[in-house]
Design a protein. Structure first.
Length: 324
C-alpha cells in the first residue's frame, strides 16, 4: 500500500493503536521488536505528519441508544457553514460535504429521544436554506465502530495482532448504566484517549484506583473503545465515497457481511429508508471506485440498485478539528 508519508513502522504503529489505543509504548515496542524511544518518537511524529489522534469513543448501542445518519440538502452558500456548525456539536460523530456541495452527511449519536427530536424535528428543518432533511436510523452495524478500518491493513503479522488485540466484549442482556463520574471520564478520554491515569485522577478528583476500575469496566462492557483518527490521503486514498444500496430483504445480512470483508469498506450498516444498506469506502482513484462497483458489488446477489457519492471534504471524522 504505497504512501508518500508512512513507512512500514508507521503503518504498524497505526494498526497497533487501532487494536489497543491505550497500549503502553513499551508493550507496543516489544511486539514490534523496537525500542520504547523509537515508538514514542514515531507516535509524536505521526501526530504532526498525519494528524494522528487516539480518541475514546462511546458505543451507543451498548447504552441502549440509537445512532442516526442524516442527509441534508441545502444551497451551496450555506453548506460549509452548516457543516462546521454540525461538526461542533457533541452529539455528532461524522460530518462531510458531498459531491456537488449541496448535500451534507451527518452521523448523529443523540443520548436520548429529546436530543434527537431537537435536532431532527426542530433545529434542522428550521435552518434557512435547508431544502430537505432525510434521517435514517442505523439498525445493525456490520463494520465500523470498534472495528476500525486500520485492522484491515495487515501491517502487523497475525502473531503481532493477537498479542495486541483485546478480548471482544460479551453480548449484553441489558444496556449498561452510566453515572455522572462515568460521563466525565468518557468526556476526558474523548478529547485524548491516551490521557494518563494520573491526569485523569487530577481532572476527576477520584483516586487513581477508582479511575482505573471505571476505565476497566467501561472497556470490558464495550461502552468505551478507542478510535484512531488520521488523514486518509497519507495512506494513498485520495477518494472517499459513500454507497447507498437497495438490497432484497432476504439478502441484506449476506450483503452486509460481504461489505464488512471488503478491504475498501470502513463502515457498513443496515439502515431505514429506501436504501437499506449504507457503506463508506476508501479508494485510490475514481477508477478504483469503478472497479470496486463492477468487480465486488456487481457480483453480490440481491442488490437492486446502488447510489454512489464522493465526499468532497470530511469536516468531522471522530472529533472536530478546524482547518482539516
Amino acid at each position: 500500500m504505497p504512501s508518500p508519508t508512512l513507512d512500514s513502522l508507521g503503518l504498524k504503529l497505526l494498526q497497533a493503536l487501532q487494536l489497543d489505543g491505550r497500549a503502553p509504548f513499551n508493550r507496543i515496542a516489544a511486539v514490534l521488536d523496537v525500542s520504547d524511544q523509537t515508538v514514542a518518537r514515531r507516535y509524536r511524529r505521526l501526530t504532526t505528519t498525519v494528524n494522528l489522534r487516539v480518541l475514546g469513543m462511546t458505543d451507543g448501542t451498548r447504552l441502549g441508544r440509537q445512532n442516526w445518519l442524516a442527509r441534508l440538502h441545502c444551497s451551496p452558500d450555506v453548506a460549509e457553514r452548516l457543516a462546521d456548525a454540525l461538526a461542533k456539536r457533541p452529539d455528532t460523530l461524522y460530518v462531510a460535504l458531498m459531491s456537488g456541495g449541496t448535500e451534507i452527511i451527518c452521523g448523529m449519536k443523540p443520548r436520548n429521544t429529546r436530543e434527537r427530536d431537537e435536532l431532527l424535528l426542530e433545529r434542522l428543518p428550521r435552518t434557512p436554506h435547508v431544502g430537505s432533511v432525510m434521517a435514517h436510523c442505523l439498525l445493525h452495524r456490520f463494520y465500523g465502530g470498534p472495528l476500525g478500518w486500520l485492522t484491515k491493513i495487515e501491517a502487523l503479522d497475525p502473531g503481532q495482532q493477537e498479542a495486541l488485540r483485546l478480548p471482544t466484549p460479551a453480548p449484553l442482556e441489558a444496556p449498561v448504566p452510566l453515572d455522572a463520574a462515568d460521563d466525565e471520564l468518557l468526556a476526558l478520554l474523548g478529547r485524548d484517549g491516551r490521557t494518563t491515569l494520573s491526569v485523569l485522577q487530577t481532572a476527576t478528583g477520584q483516586p487513581e484506583s477508582a479511575v482505573k476500575r471505571r476505565l476497566d469496566r467501561l472497556r470490558s462492557t464495550g461502552v468505551l473503545y478507542f478510535g484512531v483518527q488520521y488523514d486518509h490521503a497519507t495512506m494513498g486514498h485520495d477518494v472517499q465515497a459513500m454507497l447507498w444500496l437497495t438490497v432484497a430483504p432476504h439478502a441484506t445480512a449476506a450483503v452486509g457481511r460481504a461489505l464488512a470483508d471488503h478491504p475498501e469498506v470502513q463502515f457498513a450498516s443496515a439502515t431505514t429508508g429506501l436504501a437499506n444498506l449504507v457503506a463508506f469506502g476508501l479508494f485510490r482513484s475514481p477508477e478504483h471506485v469503478y472497479a470496486y462497483l463492477n468487480d465486488k458489488i456487481g457480483i453480490l446477489d440481491g442488490i437492486r440498485s446502488v447510489e454512489t457519492a464522493f465526499i468532497l471534504r470530511q469536516v468531522k471524522q471522530l472529533m472536530y478539528a478546524p482547518g482539516r
